[in-house]
Structures are given as structure tokens and as C-alpha cells.
Design a protein around this ligand. Structure first.
Ligand code: ADP
Ligand code: F6P
Length: 474
């Protein structure tokens, strides 16, 4: 058995940052799956000697995955039962809906909780193997909330961080979870628990005080003989990379061709989402359909491009959503489209980064209207891609990004009339207003990019500063 290589920085996430592991020629490459977490951490780890512990997709024994751009890939296997009960069950049919305001009903099953514990234990054991003495370990997201506590038992020498990419709900929702105390205790195994927004840290502190009866403020929690720090660290994107991509002549050409292929409309509205009930796709389609019906928007002048990549396809609520969205797109196109002029261009394919950048460049209005979202990186990517300081961002108040991008056209997606008005305001805004808003948002994102996020989180976690020195050199 070869000796296990150990690293001083270990990222632990449900997924490895690859799709299918291999390129067509057999070589391994970064192929980002359409997901926020992978996109967020990719630019950082490329430059840092690190191990990523995660699931490679599929079921059965863990495949060996070669290092990717210098990052070691340590795979954790999931069985068919784990996939069903941990990933599709507890993670995505209990926690996901509950953490997103219960916009769909969360389900509770004891078998799912057992699988969640079992899989978290497996991730903790794998991490304990690959972390060198005193290493920094950064555990990500709601699939792995028990890992910090389990890992601390196995390896008390480690510096452990936990970051939640999704919202952390208010006490009245979280209290519904049958195993609420265990979930909180699991997170408290970390030295630093990070959230997207200050409100989430506040919710967490309140719950810890209420459920575990521990002394807690919005910044610090006393647990046994330790202090766990908590705080908000809003995740961001590689702004410079997206801006450079969008500025490439071939991407600009592609954007021009796209506009031509769309029928050279006066205005293009774009939405890019995972097919998820939290993203507000149905509400947006309804708003658009009512604007078409009332004649406020005309198919020849304005087109909507809706990209919706299928996600978590075996979970019932996702299957139902896809059927409903596709039925509604068909209805709207049937009612308002003409031959060669659909009202909605509906695409379910994953695109490479250059094609996404071209789509962002062609969009006069970007409609990002989730009912609830931890952050929403698509909104930030759009802003970064608007290198000519044009383009209106229509943004839900309930996306984490809204706290940082107040210059967007903000809407409440639950308010249909408000959503329609917001869309019309964005479509009709003058170039000066649009320009001033996008400039302010771009300058914010150039300052608060993915590196600033990682720096602020890791400097709070690793007070020795050694890890940061290496990251700074990257
Ligand atoms: P979530 O994490 O809920 O999926 P985010 O908006 O935070 O939502 O992140 C989505 C990420 O997935 C973004 O980086 C976006 O560029 C990427 N993405 C979304 N749709 C596609 C697609 N069709 N092809 C490729 N990447 C996509
Ligand atoms: O942002 C939440 C999240 O679960 C990310 O961790 C993930 O990258 C994305 O949604 C896609 O979800 P999944 O891994 O279930 O395909």
C-alpha cells in the first residue's frame, strides 16, 4: 500500500472540482460542474499545495483521480444507498428546502439521518488521513455539517474551518429539524464557522444559545474550553478572470453572432440557473408572460434566453419543477412566439466559460430572481463580464448578493407586480443610470473578489499567518 501523501491545506467538500474526471484524450483536467462552490474555489487552489477531499460522482468504489493542476484529489466513495439517503435525501430533500425558507416542504426520515451520519464519518476519516500534523482543514457546506465535530475527535491537532455556502435559516425553521442539536454540535467542532451573511451568523448564535444553552454572541461561542468564532464572509468570484474572458475578441465576436442569431432584437434578457425551485424560474416566466400578454414587451423587440441546467434529477421536487417549467415555456412560446421568433430561448445545456461570458455580454438585462439564495455567483459573473459598463442587473432581495450589490434593480420575486415593474424598469433604464450602477458594482467586485474572500476567511482561521503568506505569493 503506497504511503498516504499529506497536505498542510485540505479542502473538504461534497464534490471534487471535476466532472467525470477525464478529458476525451484520457488526461485529467478541471471541468467545472455548473455549481457555485466549485467555481468559487477553483482559482485559489490552483496555486496552493493542497488536497481536496470529495466525491467523484457515481456510486461504488472510489475511482483514483490524478492530481489536477497540482491539487491532490482524494476521493470518498458513495454507495447507491448513500447517494439516495445522504445526497438526495438528507442533504437535498431535508436541509436544502429547509435552509431556503421551506419554499418546498422538507422531508424527514430516520434512514436519511443515519446515512448523513455515516457519510460525514467517512469524510472525516478520509480527511484525518490526508491532513499533515497541524494542517488547516476547510470544510464546505451543508452536506458535511457533522464533519468538523467528528474530525476534532479524530485529530485535535488540526485547525478546522467550516463555511456554509447556503443560507442558514431563522430559529423557527431550524427548530423543526429532529436532529437539530447534533447538527449544531457538529458545526461547533470548527474553530471558525463562516456564513454568507451576518443575519445567518446571528441565527446560528441564537440557536446555539437556545438549543445547546451555550453562551453565544454573533461573533463568539464558548464551547467546553474552546472559543468558536463565527462571522460573515460573502463568497465572490474571480472577477479579473471573468472580465478578461469577456474582453477577449473571440468572445465579443461570439456575443455579436449570438445577438444576430437571436434575431437582432433591441433587447436581450438572460437568466442562467440550475434547475432548482429556489431560483424563482416559474415566477419569472409568469411575470414575463404577463408582460407579453399586456403588450408591455413585444417578441420582435425583446427576447428572453433562459438557461436552466438540470440538477439533482432523481429528487422528486426537481422532476416536478422541470416538467412545470418546460410546460410553461412551451405554453408561452405557443401563445406569443412566431415562426422563427420564439418568445423564450430555452437551453438546458452546460456551457464552457467562454460561451457563458458571451451570453453575459449579449444580455442587456440579466434577471437573477431567486426566492432565496446563499449568494448567487451568476449575478456577480454578469457584472464582471460587462466590461463596457453597460447592462442592467435585475436582482432578488433574497439573494445574498443583494447585500453587496445595492445598485442592482432590486425586486421581491414573491411580488408578481413588483417583479414585472422591476423588469420593465431595467429594460427601460437610460444608459447613464445603467452605466453608473454597473460601474459601482464592478468596482466593488474587483475589490471583493474570490482572493479577498479566501484571504479574509483564512486569515481569521489561521492566526499563524503561514498559509496566507503562501496564498499571497500565488
Ligand atoms: P448554485 O451554487 O446554486 O448553483 P450560483 O449562481 O451561485 O448557484 O452558481 C452557479 C455557477 O454555475 C456559476 O459559476 C455559473 O457560471 C455556473 N453555471 C450555471 N449554469 C451553467 C451552465 N449552463 N453551464 C456552465 N456553467 C453554469
Ligand atoms: O451552492 C450550493 C450547491 O450545493 C453547491 O455546493 C454546489 O456546487 C451546487 O449547489 C450544485 O449542487 P450539486 O452539487 O447538488 O449538483
Amino acid at each position: 500500500m503506497p504511503e498516504m501523501r499529506q497536505s498542510s491545506l485540505v479542502v473538504v467538500a461534497n464534490r471534487l472540482p471535476i466532472d467525470d474526471g477525464a478529458a476525451p484524450d484520457g488526461a485529467c483536467e478541471w471541468r467545472r460542474s455548473p455549481g457555485g462552490l466549485v467555481s468559487a474555489l477553483h482559482p485559489l487552489l490552483r496555486h496552493t499545495p493542497a488536497t481536496w477531499v470529495g466525491w467523484a460522482g457515481g456510486t461504488g468504489p472510489a475511482p483514483a483521480v490524478p492530481d489536477v493542476d497540482g491539487v491532490r484529489m482524494h476521493t470518498v466513495p458513495l454507495s447507491g444507498d448513500d447517494l439516495r439517503d445522504h445526497y438526495e435525501g438528507f442533504a437535498n430533500a431535508t436541509l436544502w428546502p429547509l435552509y431556503h425558507d421551506s419554499v418546498e416542504q422538507p422531508e424527514h426520515h430516520r434512514r436519511w439521518w443515519e446515512a448523513y451520519q455515516r457519510v460525514n464519518q467517512r469524510f472525516a476519516e478520509a480527511t484525518a488521513q490526508v491532513a499533515e500534523p497541524g494542517a488547516v482543514v476547510w470544510v464546505q457546506d451543508y452536506h458535511l455539517q457533522l464533519v468538523p465535530g467528528l474530525l476534532r475527535t479524530l485529530r485535535p491537532d488540526l485547525r478546522i474551518g467550516f463555511f456554509l455556502h447556503v443560507p442558514f435559516p431563522p430559529p423557527e425553521l431550524f427548530m423543526q429539524l429532529p436532529r437539530r442539536a447534533e447538527l449544531l454540535r457538529g458545526m461547533l467542532g470548527a474553530d471558525l464557522v463562516g456564513f454568507q451573511r451576518a443575519q445567518a451568523a446571528h441565527n446560528f448564535a441564537q440557536l446555539v444559545a437556545k438549543v445547546l444553552e451555550l453562551p453565544a454572541t454573533d461573533r463568539r461561542i464558548a464551547v467546553d474550553d474552546r472559543v468558536v468564532r463565527i462571522g460573515a464572509f460573502p463568497v465572490s468570484i474571480d472577477t479579473a478572470e471573468m472580465a478578461a474572458l469577456a474582453a477577449r475578441p473571440d468572445v465579443a465576436d461570439r456575443a455579436r453572432r449570438l445577438r444576430h442569431d437571436l434575431g437582432s432584437p433591441e433587447q436581450v434578457i438572460l437568466s442562467v440557473d440550475r434547475m432548482d425551485y429556489t431560483k424563482g424560474i416559474e415566477q419569472r416566466l409568469k411575470a414575463y408572460s404577463e408582460l407579453l400578454a399586456a403588450g408591455h414587451v413585444k417578441v420582435r423587440d425583446t427576447v428572453l434566453v433562459q438557461v436552466a441546467v438540470p440538477s439533482r434529477e432523481r429528487v422528486g421536487q426537481y422532476q416536478i419543477l422541470r416538467e412545470r417549467v418546460e410546460r410553461e415555456v412551451g405554453r408561452i412560446n405557443g401563445e406569443f412566439g412566431r415562426v422563427g421568433e420564439p418568445a423564450i430561448h430555452y437551453l438546458t445545456q452546460p456551457f464552457d466559460r467562454a460561451e457563458l461570458a458571451a451570453l453575459y455580454r449579449v444580455a442587456d438585462v440579466m434577471a437573477v430572481t431567486p426566492l432565496r439564495d446563499g449568494m448567487n455567483l451568476v449575478a456577480k459573473e454578469y457584472v464582471a463580464a460587462r466590461v463596457d459598463d453597460t447592462g442592467a442587473l435585475l436582482l432578488s432581495e433574497f439573494a445574498g448578493a443583494a447585500a453587496e450589490l445595492p445598485q442592482a434593480y432590486l425586486v421581491n420575486p414573491h411580488d408578481l407586480e413588483g417583479l414585472k415593474q422591476g423588469l420593465l424598469s431595467a429594460l427601460r433604464a437610460g444608459p447613464e443610470d445603467v452605466g453608473a450602477r454597473i460601474r459601482a458594482m464592478r468596482s466593488h467586485l474587483h475589490r471583493y473578489d474570490i482572493r479577498a474572500w479566501a484571504r479574509s476567511y483564512l486569515s481569521a482561521l489561521d492566526d499563524s499567518g503561514s498559509l496566507l503568506t503562501r496564498l499571497g505569493a500565488a
